[in-house]
Design a protein around this ligand. Structure first.
Ligand code: MG
Length: 375
C-alpha cells in the first residue's frame, strides 16, 4: 500500500483543519489538525508531503519521525508544523485500522473502557454574576455532563494588563462565582476552572488557596506554559489540583513537566502535540507518576473521535474536553449523529477512526477555495 495524496481543508466559522490521506488501494484516512495560522497550508506543503508520498501509510511511527526530521532544519518541533503533522498522523492511523480491520484503539494497546467521559467547557455565565454562572453550570449538568469547566480570565477591572497581578476585589469575585457554581452542582459533578496562563504564581495561589475547600477537579494553566519551575511552585503549594499541557508539544515537551511533577493532571492536545501515538506516549509517561490524563480538545467531531481512541487506550484517562455544545456544524459533520449523549462518547467499534466525514456538509462550510479535497 502506498500514499498517493495528502489534502487539507479549512472549515468555517470555527477554523477546523481536516486532513485527508489517500492510498493506491482505495483506502482513505481522515485526520484533524489543531487550527492555527497556515496549518491547512503546511499539511499539504511539498516539504512535508515529499516524505509521505509513495510510502506505506501503515508505518505510522516511521512516517511521524520522517515528518519531524524533514522539518527539523527549521526547528519546527512545535507550533503550526507539529499541528499539521498531528493531523496527518491521525489520518495514517485511520488508514491502518481500516487496512487491518480493527479500530484505532486496538492498535494503541486495546481499550480500558467503552465510554469516554466528556467534560463540557462552558467558559462563562451569561452575565458576570454568581447566579448566572450557577445557572449555566446547572444547565450543562442537566444535559448529562458530570464534569464542567469555566474560565477565570482577567476582568476589565484588572488594574494592570501586564503584571499578572489580581486585585483583592477580583479574587473575591472569582471565589464568589466558583463557590456559587460548586453549591449549585451535585457534589459528585466535577467542576474545573481555567486561568488561561494569565497570572503570577503568588497571585493565582491566593485564588487556589481560596478554592481548596471547594473540591475542584482542577485549576488549569495558572501560570504561563514556558516556565515549568513556576508551574511546579504553584502545583506544590496548593491542595487545589493543577492541570496543564495544552501548549506543550510531543513527549519531549512534556518530559520536564512530568518528571518535575509540575502538574497534578496533564492535558495534551493531540491535534497539535504529535497525534495519537504521541498522546499515548505522553499518557504513559504521566502514568509513571500516577498523573491522570485529561486531553485538551477544541476539535470538530473528526479530531474528537480520534482522541477518544487514545482516551480508551490509556489507563490513566480522566475526561476529554468538549467545546461545542449545540454547535450544529459539529453535530452534522459526521454521517453518524449524536456522538455525545449523556456527557459521554461511545468508543467506536468499526475499523479505523470509526466515523465518516459528511463530505457534503464539510464542503458547505469550507472556508477557503483550496479545492475541496479532490476538486
Ligand atoms: Mg485551557
Amino acid at each position: 500500500m502506498k500514499i498517493t495524496s495528502v489534502k487539507s481543508v479549512l472549515l468555517t466559522p470555527f477554523p477546523w483543519v481536516l486532513v485527508k490521506v489517500k492510498t493506491d488501494e482505495g483506502i482513505t484516512g481522515i485526520g484533524e489538525a489543531y487550527h492555527g495560522a497556515g496549518v491547512h497550508h503546511i499539511a499539504v506543503d511539498g516539504r512535508l508531503t515529499r516524505v509521505l508520498l509513495g510510502q506505506d501509510p501503515r508505518n505510522v511511527d516511521k512516517l511521524f519521525r520522517d515528518m519531524m526530521k524533514c522539518m527539523s532544519a527549521s526547528g519546527f518541533y512545535q507550533g503550526a508544523v507539529m499541528s499539521a503533522i498531528s493531523g496527518i498522523e491521525m489520518a495514517l492511523w485511520d488508514i491502518t485500522g481500516q487496512a487491518i480491520g480493527t479500530p484505532i484503539w486496538q492498535l494503541l494497546g486495546g481499550k480500558f473502557r467503552d465510554k469516554i467521559r466528556m467534560y463540557n467547557d462552558c467558559h462563562a455565565g451569561a452575565e458576570e454574576t454568581p447566579e448566572s454562572y450557577a445557572d449555566t453550570a446547572r444547565a450543562a449538568e442537566a444535559r448529562g455532563f458530570d464534569a464542567i469547566k469555566f474560565d477565570i480570565d482577567p476582568r476589565p477591572s484588572q488594574r494592570d494588563k501586564y503584571n499578572r497581578c489580581i486585585s483583592n476585589n477580583d479574587i473575591a469575585h472569582f471565589v464568589e462565582v466558583v463557590t456559587a457554581m460548586r453549591e449549585a452542582l451535585d457534589p459528585n459533578t466535577d467542576l474545573a476552572i481555567d486561568a488561561h496562563w494569565n497570572y503570577a504564581p503568588s497571585d493565582i495561589l491566593k485564588v487556589a488557596y481560596a478554592f481548596e475547600d471547594l473540591d475542584l477537579l482542577w485549576l488549569e494553566d495558572p501560570t504561563p506554559p514556558e516556565n515549568v519551575e513556576a508551574m511546579a511552585k504553584v502545583t506544590q503549594s496548593t491542595r487545589t489540583p493543577i492541570c496543564t499541557g495544552e501548549n506543550f508539544y510531543t513527549r519531549y515537551g512534556f518530559r520536564e513537566l512530568i518528571q518535575n511533577q509540575a502538574a497534578d493532571i496533564v492535558s495534551p492536545d493531540m491535534a497539535k502535540a504529535g497525534g495519537l501515538l504521541e498522546g499515548r506516549r505522553i499518557a504513559d509517561m504521566a502514568d509513571m507518576y500516577y498523573i491522570p490524563l485529561a486531553p485538551h480538545n477544541i476539535c470538530g467531531p473528526i479530531g474528537t473521535v480520534h482522541m477518544s481512541h487514545v482516551c480508551a487506550a490509556s489507563p490513566n484517562f480522566l475526561a476529554l474536553e468538549f467545546h461545542h455544545l449545540d454547535n450544529e456544524i459539529w453535530n452534522t459533520l459526521t454521517v453518524e449523529r449524536d456522538l455525545i449523549t449523556d456527557g459521554h462518547m461511545d468508543v467506536t467499534t468499526t475499523p479505523g477512526l470509526g466515523v465518516t466525514l459528511d463530505e457534503e456538509v464539510a464542503r458547505q462550510v469550507t472556508q477557503e477555495d483550496l479545492g475541496f479535497f479532490d476538486d
